[in-house]
Design a protein around this ligand. Structure first.
Ligand SMILES: [Zn+2]
Length: 72
């Protein structure tokens, strides 16, 4: 079970699906015609809340890792 954060049970699981299975194509974060995408599914709503491709996922992870390393 996800850890409670700030009084909210917050968390996501991830799933890799083909681009055809994209739930929100108009909001998909990918401009490279990638064939597969990562979906973030909320533990709370069990809905797909966020979709992005591998390139953007790795970029996002890099940005977050850099930010986290700047924290005390
Ligand atoms: Zn892409």
């Amino acid at each position: 079970m996800p850890k409670a954060l700030g009084g909210f049970r917050s968390g996501y699981r991830t799933r890799v699906v083909s681009r055809d299975a994209c739930k929100w194509p108009q909001f998909l974060i990918c401009s490279h015609e990638c064939k597969e995408i990562v979906q973030l599914i909320s533990f709370v709503s069990n809905e797909v809340e966020f979709e992005l491709c591998k390139i953007e996922a790795l970029h996002m992870a890099e940005v977050l890792t850099r930010a986290a390393k700047d924290m005390q």
